[in-house]
Design a protein around this ligand. Structure first.
Ligand SMILES: [Mn+2]
Length: 301
């Protein structure tokens, strides 16, 4: 078990994505019993509530849609996550679309210094205002926190993550220019084929060594669309042929066993598209596993 208390917080942000509904993700994950189940594992836990973004008047720059509202919400989230780190708690951040990671990861990097980022996602999220095919900011946060643009998305801090300390697992829907940029900046990408050819344990071994080597620890950013839509139907941008539930849990188990988790995002849960909160429940269980819940636990003994 990580010897820390847990700080749960969320961001009800959906302006980075096209399909609406991920703003309710944090509520769906809480309704799956997250807070009491964290307490059951044996942690002190406090729920700091959600950042609620301003109502958007217009989308603004079509290459960075809703930039102002997203940045304002992320600045608030950044302060909340930073404050949780300063109190010695492990922050768990519930999304919201993936653009919230520009706020959360920046806070971890600001507090901890050199960090590794493990990005579990069907997508690369490594676009910027020049190469984006859509202008949707949820396709850009990994690039932003690595200092590869857009800089405006991380305007509240100088802290950046070295792309060489960053690994993506589960990728299967990358844009062509994004792929080129990921390669040129040195991000390690483990596609779904890599997972199925070599096995999730082998891929995790490699990924974890990349993000741990010379870093203070790992910020895990888990996008529910990394999983197969059969298991996680409640996501805005589903992509066929995803990770199995078991593979998702192994990722979290390995991180829990290592004891080097600094913070975790769990994003892109969309209750409007879900089946009886299956995706919200799965999201909560993945979080619990990452912080030490096991299948066979001697509660309080
Ligand atoms: Mn994502």
């Amino acid at each position: 078990m990580i010897k820390k208390s847990i700080a749960v917080m969320g961001s009800q942000l959906d302006l980075g994505a096209v399909r609406k509904g991920v703003d309710m993700g944090p509520l769906a994950i809480r309704h799956a019993g997250l807070i009491s189940k964290i307490r059951d594992i044996g942690y002190a836990v406090k729920d700091y509530g959600d950042v609620i973004p301003c109502v958007a008047e217009s989308e603004g720059n079509p290459r960075l849609r809703y930039e102002k509202e997203i940045n304002d919400a992320n600045e608030k989230l950044y302060r909340k996550v930073l404050s949780a780190h300063q109190k010695g708690a492990l922050p768990i951040i519930l999304g919201g679309d993936h653009s919230i990671a520009a706020g959360s990861i920046s806070a971890t990097a600001e507090h901890c210094g050199k960090i590794g980022v493990l990005w579990i996602d069907a997508h690369g999220d490594f676009n910027d205002e020049q190469i984006t095919p859509t202008g949707n900011i949820h396709g850009m946060p990994l690039s932003a926190v690595c200092g590869c643009g857009p800089d405006s998305l991380v305007r509240f801090t100088e802290a950046r993550v070295d792309p060489h300390h960053t690994a993506i697992i589960g990728a299967r829907d990358l844009d062509p220019l994004e792929t080129k940029k990921l390669k040129s900046k040195g991000v390690s990408v483990f596609s779904i084929s890599d997972v199925h050819n070599f096995g999730i344990r082998k891929i995790m071994e490699e990924a974890v060594s990349i993000v741990s080597d010379g870093t203070e620890g790992i910020h895990l950013s888990f996008d529910m669309d990394a999983l197969d839509p059969e298991n996680a139907p409640g996501v805005g941008t589903p992509v066929l042929n995803g990770l199995t539930n078991r593979e998702g849990f192994v990722i979290c188990e390995v991180l829990s066993d290592m004891g080097r988790l600094l913070a975790m995002d769990l994003v892109e849960t969309n209750p409007l598209l879900d089946r009886r909160n299956a995706t919200g429940i799965l999201a909560a269980e993945l979080i619990l596993t990452a912080i030490g819940k096991t299948d066979y636990q001697l509660f309080g003994i």
